[in-house]
Ligand binder design. Sequence first.
Ligand code: COA
Length: 258
Amino acid sequence: MSWDTVRLEWNDDETVATLIVDRPDALNALDVATLEAMGEAIETAAEEDARALVLTGAGDAFIAGADIGYMRDLSTEEAQAWGELGHDVADALEAFPAPTIAAVNGYAFGGGCEMALACDLRVAGESAVIGNTEVDLGIIPGWGATQRLPRLVGDETARRMIFLGERLDADSAAEAGLVGEVVPDGNLEDVVAELAERIAAQPAFAVQSAKRALNRRYESTQPAGLEYEKQAFAGLFGTADQREGMTAFLDDRDPEFE
Ligand code: COA
């Protein structure tokens, strides 16, 4: 199945679905239509009983983030709806009945990193670069990273990464615990396909039950944290730093923050 900027492909025995964000001219940055299509593709894969779901990007990038051109002029109310949409897709990945794997094949910044964080597992190609870079744009991570990043890398590292907008190369990301495995770029697709097929060959009921149980660990405090994050994210739209950060990116110059 395909949408304008998203494709859903299946392996031969239709046990593993692969969701490909296919907007390579913008390094797969996520706009409204792409996020909506991702949501539909995830729902389709669940309805068709995928036993594993892979998320990746077309071309040389995973997802270079949320679409900055779209975000720049959002009002607080618009940013609230935008934040909700991104959260819905990340939540759908996290709640996907079967395991999900992010095949990080290049840049994974901001919202792209957050989509990878919402997956169960992450495998990176050796040239991947990963980080929550939102503060550099005068905003904060708005699709879950304030809650999901620390649980992978620990609180100290997450704070450093977010405060400094750090962009980690694949080996540093693995060292930090942000990805589980780094493989040569040319092997990424095969390694992830093999991992997904091994998971798909496991007893589905047990794997899915294990996933639900593992996810329970975070449910008591995470919803409140995510709710807080949504409000804080939207509240930054319209600030001078947000407008300047995004305008500077679009003008290809260094930002001058207040
Ligand atoms: N939103 C919108 N467009 C984006 C984008 C984003 N997050 N990331 C990249 N693009 C676009 C660029 O504007 C450019 O479009 P153009 O060819 O029409 O000018 C195209 O993708 C290629 O990007 P470019 O910056 O020219 O490539 P590069 O190889 O020099 O740098 C990055 C790649 C990823 C390092 C750089 O694009 C970048 O830093 N992107 C922003 C990352 C970010 O802050 N993401 C967080 C958003 S929440």
